[in-house]
Design a protein around this ligand. Structure first.
Ligand SMILES: Cc1ncc(COP(=O)(O)O)c(C=O)c1O
Length: 402
């Protein structure tokens, strides 16, 4: 090195620190913006009724917690097989046989740390840059965000309100291109709470494209029957988890069922990114599938009572809800008579009525002008929240502020 190259001005500059585009550009969850504002108001001493949250208000059933404690006592505190413990994969297969009459091999099941990583792994295994994946608008916010993160394109099929926003096979056919790699269905759906009819599921399965079926809200269905995509085709990727049905959001446990040739690639993704799902949570999951059916039934009855109350009150208050939602714990109500801007409306309601509600825009452009109400809260709180909202809307009608 000569004196000239040692001079600071002549050294090549270190690269400027910058955030990679994919991390910079991934959209946030708007519902979290509402929740954070709600928490800010709570810190100022306001009482807020939360109807925005997509998380069961129940604590995890006792038999599941006890199984986890026993697992800790037995020393089940290590990494597990990257596909998940065989006991849990077998319990998943039994569950799919009992509930849907479909026979799957435990080798086709991969246990993950929640449904979210399962979703990401399936997208990562199926989609190359520029590939297209079809799903409905409205939809769960992660779907387009994960696709975009991977450089793939979300192709949206608009649902119609009168039809419960469900995917129409004829509309899907219009969107198929040589770049289509998968069609995604979510029934019961977040944000609508509606189910996709078995006839439509069959028609979608019959198109011959891989179908990704997000079945996380199965088990929380009122008066109807949820069908698994595996009843109609093996060319399918099932996503499921324990967060909603078993009130286990904090345990971070889910699973996927995939065609056999995808398991090894998915397993390698799991090994690299996550190693395995949490061992204690997996043992809790075995107890959930084998022992917690009566608890799920009890929670379901409570949700159903809240659902019926909320549907009636939302309609009385003038919101549009042409189709009664019969699954999950959400309803997507038309608030177009109040505002065309659901984001502003949700914040206006939060700040003035002290009720948290999720703006429809979080779930796609087709849900703009709508609000998602969650009944994952006690009947008492739902009563209070809706009565606050009704009172506020009455004053707003006299002197509209938005
Ligand atoms: C439709 C849908 N899929 C997947 C998830 C992710 O759930 P988790 O990662 O807690 O299993 C959620 C959570 O709200 C959801 O609503």
């Amino acid at each position: 090195m000569n004196a000239r190259s040692r001079h600071p001005a002549n050294r090549s500059a270190p690269p400027r620190r910058r955030i990679a585009g994919r991390a910079r550009d991934i959209p946030s969850f708007i519902v979290m913006d509402v929740l954070e504002k709600a928490h800010e108001l709570e810190r100022e001493g306001r009482s807020i009724v939360h109807l925005e949250i997509g998380e069961p208000d129940f604590t995890t059933p006792r038999c599941i917690c006890e199984a986890a404690v026993e697992a800790i006592r037995r020393g089940e505190t290590h990494y597990t097989h990257s596909l998940g413990i065989i006991e849990l994969r077998e319990a998943v297969c039994e569950h799919y046989l009992d509930s849907y009459g479909v026979r799957i091999d435990p080798d086709r099941v991969l246990v993950t740390s929640g449904t979210s990583p399962a979703l990401f792994m399936i997208f990562a295994a199926l989609l190359e840059t520029g590939d297209e994946i079809i799903f409905s608008d409205p939809h769960y916010p992660c779907y387009p965000n994960f696709a975009g993160f991977l450089g793939a394109r979300a192709v949206l099929v608009k649902g119609e309100e009168e039809d419960g926003f469900q995917l129409r096979p004829a509309e899907i056919r219009k969107k198929l291109t040589p770049r289509t790699r998968a069609i995604l269905v979510n029934s019961p759906s977040n944000p609508t709470g509606n189910l996709l009819s078995p006839e439509r599921m069959e028609a979608i399965a019959g198109m011959g494209y891989p179908v990704i079926s997000d079945e996380i809200y199965h088990g929380l269905v009122y008066g109807e029957t949820a069908h698994s995509i595996l009843e109609f085709t093996d060319n399918a990727f099932v996503l499921n988890g324990f967060s909603k049905r078993f009130a286990m959001t904090g345990w971070r446990l889910g699973y996927l069922i995939a065609p056999r040739e995808f398991i090894r690639p998915l397993q390698k993704i799991q090994q690299n990114f996550l190693i395995s799902a949490g061992s204690v949570s997996q043992w809790a999951g075995v107890a959930a599938l084998r022992k917690a059916a009566p608890d799920v039934e009890r929670m379901k009855q409570v949700y159903d009572e809240r659902r019926r109350y909320m549907i009636q009150r939302i309609r009385e208050m003038g919101f549009g809800l042409p189709v009664e939602p019969s699954g999950a714990f959400y309803m997507l109500a038309n608030a177009g008579h109040l505002s065309k801007n659901s984001y502003e409306l949700a914040f206006e309601i939060l700040e003035n009525a002290h009720v948290g509600i999720t703006p429809g825009i979080d779930f796609g452009r087709n849900a703009e002008g709508y609000l998602r109400f969650s009944y994952a809260n006690s009947l008492e709180n739902i009563r209070e929240g809706l009565s606050r909202l009704e009172k506020y809307l009455a004053t707003r009608r006299v002197s509209p502020s938005g």
